[in-house]
Design a protein around this ligand. Structure first.
Ligand SMILES: [Fe+2]
Length: 222
């Protein structure tokens, strides 16, 4: 699922921008478990900024009126958003968000696309889609979809990101199956392994074994 809509109006955006401008920003790697500088290069609005609750309130109130969003994600809870600023040279390489953060990821674009070059949010869901939305627009997608932010080559990109836990988690089995199917297809056929010892070291054989067991789960009658 990829859901795009206008979430914030100009007044809400101006309020958020003016509150963010006076705040403290820290290195974006602080919000991840590791400090892998090759993964991402951005700044994040420090959680200790006093007005972070006030800013988040604007977004939560907008979400409360976003009825399609509420219907699609069956929200159980949504975390306090992250505010991410990506300057020239900044990026976020391909990754999946951590399983514990939630079931649906949302990015709200806080400044206009003509203020920066690059900075596309690229999401893979069987095909790649690129999102560089007008200020106030948001995109929600299944947490677990591989995504990246392409390098910003001019200006500054400001977004807010948050995750929603759902009462009814999306279908991850189909996604796992799809990736496994693709993996099996991409692995080079190296010939049938002559022994079990070699078979269990052979990536193609292992992928095929897992894929076969997926089929078995749907074929077996109890
Ligand atoms: Fe992400």
């Amino acid at each position: 699922m990829i859901y795009i809509r206008k979430l914030l109006d100009q007044e809400q955006l101006s309020q958020i921008q003016s509150m963010m401008d006076g705040g403290l920003w820290v290195n974006g790697t602080n919000s991840t478990d590791h400090t892998d500088l090759s993964l991402k290069n951005n700044s994040e609005f420090c959680r200790s900024n006093e007005n972070i609750v006030e800013i988040s309130k604007i977004i939560f109130e907008a979400l409360d009126h976003d009825y399609p969003f509420l219907g699609k994600v069956a929200a159980k809870s949504t975390n306090v958003p992250i505010y991410s600023r990506t300057n020239v040279g900044g990026f976020y390489r391909p990754h999946q968000d951590a399983p514990e953060v939630g079931h649906y990821s949302t990015t709200v674009f806080l400044n206009n696309p003509n203020e920066y070059d690059g900075g596309y949010l690229r999401i893979y869901d069987h095909e790649i889609s690129e999102h560089k939305l007008d200020a106030g627009y948001a995109v929600t997608y299944n947490t677990g979809f591989i995504h990246e932010v392409s390098e910003v080559t001019r200006g500054r990109r400001d977004v807010s990101v948050f995750w929603t836990h759902s009462k009814f988690p999306p279908d991850y089995m189909t996604d796992i199956y799809s990736h496994l199917h693709s993996l099996r297809k991409q692995l080079m056929r190296t010939g049938r392994p002559p022994s079990i010892e070699e078979a269990i070291q052979n990536p193609e054989f292992m992928a095929e074994t897992i894929l076969t067991n997926f089929h078995r789960m749907t074929e077996t009658e109890w």
